[in-house]
Design a protein around this ligand. Structure first.
Ligand SMILES: CC(C)N1CCN(Cc2ccc(Cn3ccc4ccc(-c5n[nH]c(N)c5C#N)cc43)cc2)CC1
Length: 228
């Protein structure tokens, strides 16, 4: 999988050199490149924003730098890449959407700032490639970078070979539509809190049944709408 990120804060994504994704990059499973949008400006101040037509608060990101940056990544014609634009107005990011992103060969993330990116950028690239506006959740961020980091982590870990033991991806929260069961490790007793005895029983059938019941109880209590 190839991932390109366009942002005015490319250093924000240095953290992707660490942990699982860092290893996936070293092995070539996932190739991540962060591009500085300001490298595609031509004025002394490397301007990427301007005042909104129609008035209103804040600034809007100019279309020209975005056009040059995205063309440098996907060329000047049609592209099979998927352009992901984090936006408060986007479709909700879910585990299912993470699976869909994980199946893509080439993802291009457009990280907006200020009040967002001139609409014509999305409108233009929608004539040349698939474009999805995606929201991390119903709260307001200052830009797209945090959302892109979450999307890359959620999708990247689903790419075959990135997570050592693929079984660990199966019984997770939101896999199978339920929240995950509680986990325990040694010691068996800690600050007078005991590990549930069934987990020490060696009875794998009873353990599986207990874990399923824990998933159902936790989902009923915390996220009942997932059971609809
Ligand atoms: C009336 C007028 C003053 N209002 C002004 C605020 N407008 C909404 C508004 C609010 C903040 C931002 C900042 N921003 C810039 C690019 C960008 C990308 C993603 C997100 C983002 N926020 N929350 C998420 N879940 C996101 C995702 N994914 C936020 C972004 C951009 C836009 C609504 C209009």
């Amino acid at each position: 999988m190839r991932i390109d990120i366009v942002t005015i804060f490319p250093e924000f994504f240095r953290v992707l050199d660490l942990s699982l994704l860092g290893k996936a990059r070293q092995t070539g499973l996932i190739e991540v490149t962060a591009h500085d949008l300001r490298d595609f400006t031509h004025d002394r101040h490397r301007t990427v924003d301007d005042t909104p037509y129609g008035g209103g608060a804040g600034m809007v990101m100019k279309p020209e730098p975005w056009g040059e940056a995205l063309d440098a990544i996907v060329g000047d014609g049609a592209s099979d890449a998927l352009l992901v634009v984090p936006s408060p107005a986007g479709e909700p990011f879910t585990q299912q959407l993470a699976r869909e992103l994980a199946a893509e060969e080439h993802l291009v993330f457009a990280c907006g700032r200020y009040e967002g990116i001139d609409q014509r950028v999305v409108d233009h690239y929608a004539t040349r490639m698939r474009v999805r506006l995606i929201s991390l959740g119903d709260y307001v961020l200052n830009g797209g970078e945090v959302a892109v980091m979450a999307m890359i982590e959620a999708a990247g870990r689903l790419v075959p070979g990135v997570v050592g033991n693929p079984e660990s991806l199966v019984e997770e929260s939101h896999e199978g539509g339920l929240l995950e069961y509680p986990s325990y490790t040694k010691p068996a007793a800690w600050r007078e809190l005991e590990v549930p005895p069934v987990l020490l029983s060696g009875n794998h059938g009873a353990i599986a049944a207990w874990r399923r019941e824990q998933q159902l109880e936790r989902t009923r209590r915390v996220r009942p709408e997932l059971l609809d």
